[in-house]
Design a protein around this ligand. Structure first.
Ligand SMILES: Nc1ncnc2c1ncn2[C@@H]1O[C@H](COP(=O)(O)OP(=O)(O)O)[C@@H](O)[C@H]1O
Ligand SMILES: [Mg+2]
Length: 268
C-alpha cells in the first residue's frame, strides 16, 4: 500500500504520523519505505539523512538524474528512507505543469517495486508538504490511501473542508475516488475545543474519520529531537499506545498491507 499523509495546513502532525506509523509497521515485522516530500526536510532531519547533494534526494528523481531505487537509504530500526532536500521547493517552478510531471512519482514507485524484490508487498509512507503543488499532487496521484491529520482546533475544521474541496476537484482528473481517512491528532480531552472538533468532524465525515485518536503527548513531541520514533523513545507512553492503536485499526480495516509471515522483507 502507498499511503500519503497530507493536509494543506501545517503543524497538524503529518511528519509525526508518517514517522510513527512507519515505526509501528517496522515493529510488526514490515520493512516500510518512507518518502520525505517536504522541502522543509523535517522527516529526513530525524535520522540526520539530508544529503549535501540535492541530486541524492527526491530532487534528483524529479530532475531525472536518478531513479527512486538509487536514492533509498537504510534507516536503522525503521526501514528505508528516500530523503528530501530544500531544493525540492524549486520543483514547481522548474518542472512546471502538465499531466506527465504529476504522474512521475507513481511511475517511479512502480519501477522501484519492480526493481526491488518484495517491495510491492511493503507499505510506503509519503510525508507531504502543507500546500497543493506539484509535490503534493504527485503524492496524491501515487497513493492508494490519503491520511489527513486534523489537529483538534477550530481552524482545522476549515482545513478539513478545504482538503475535501481540493480532492473533489482532483477526482475527475484521476477518474477514481480518492480513498481517505481523517485522523484526529493533538487531542486534549480536557479541552472543550477538542471534543467540539471531534464531534463536528465525525458528524461531517462519518466513517472516513478513524476511530483512533492521537492525544497531545509530550513523548510524541520530544522523540524526533532525539532522532527517534515514539516507540523507541518511550514504548509505554500514551503516544506509543495511540500510534499502536492507529496501526492496528488500519491493519484491521485492510488499509495497510499486513507483514508477510516469513521472509517478506525486500532484498536491498
Ligand atoms: N500528538 C502530539 N503531541 C504533542 N506534540 C505533537 C503531537 N503531534 C505533533 N506534535 C508536535 O507538533 C509539531 C508539528 O507536528 P508535525 O508532525 O511536524 O506537523 P506537520 O508535519 O503537519 O507540519 C511538532 O513540533 C510536533 O512534535
Ligand atoms: Mg511536516
Amino acid at each position: 500500500m502507498r499511503i500519503a499523509v497530507f493536509n494543506q495546513k501545517g503543524g497538524v502532525g503529518k511528519t509525526t504520523t508518517t514517522l510513527n506509523l512507519a515505526a509501528a509497521t517496522f515493529r510488526a515485522g514490515g520493512q516500510p519505505l518512507l518518502l520525505d516530500l517536504d522541502p522543509q526536510c523535517h522527516l529526513s532531519h530525524i535520522p540526520n539523512a539530508v544529503p549535501l547533494d540535492a541530486g541524492r534526494s527526491l530532487f534528483g528523481f524529479f530532475q531525472g538524474v536518478r531513479p527512486l531505487e538509487a536514492l533509498t537509504l537504510s534507516w536503522e530500526g525503521l526501514g528505508r528512507l528516500i530523503p528530501s532536500h530544500q531544493q525540492l521547493i524549486k520543483v514547481d517552478s522548474i518542472f512546471g505543469k502538465g499531466p506527465a510531471i504529476l504522474n512521475k512519482l507513481r511511475t517511479g514507485l512502480d519501477a522501484l517495486e519492480e526493481a526491488i524484490p518484495g517491495q510491492a508487498a511493503q507499505n510506503t509512507f509519503i510525508d507531504c508538504c502543507p500546500y497543493v503543488g506539484v509535490l503534493s499532487l504527485n503524492a496524491i496521484f501515487a497513493c492508494d490511501l490519503l491520511i489527513i491529520p486534523i489537529s483538534t482546533d477550530y481552524l482545522s475544521l476549515q482545513a478539513a473542508d478545504q482538503m475535501t474541496r481540493t480532492l473533489a476537484i482532483l477526482e475527475p482528473v484521476l477518474k477514481r475516488r480518492l480513498e481517505r481517512r481523517y485522523l484526529l491528532t493533538r487531542c486534549d480531552r480536557r479541552r472543550k475545543m477538542s471534543e467540539d472538533v471531534e464531534s463536528q468532524l465525525r458528524e461531517r465525515y462519518g466513517d472516513e474519520v478513524l476511530a483512533s485518536v492521537i492525544s497531545e503527548n509530550v513523548t510524541v513531541a520530544e522523540s524526533p529531537a532525539r532522532n527517534r520514533d515514539v516507540f523507541t523513545h518511550n514504548a509505554t507512553s500514551q503516544g506509543a499506545r495511540d500510534y499502536q492503536t492507529l496501526y492496528a485499526e488500519l491493519q484491521e480495516k485492510e488499509l495497510l498491507t499486513a507483514p508477510a509471515p516469513t521472509g517478506g522483507a525486500p532484498e536491498h
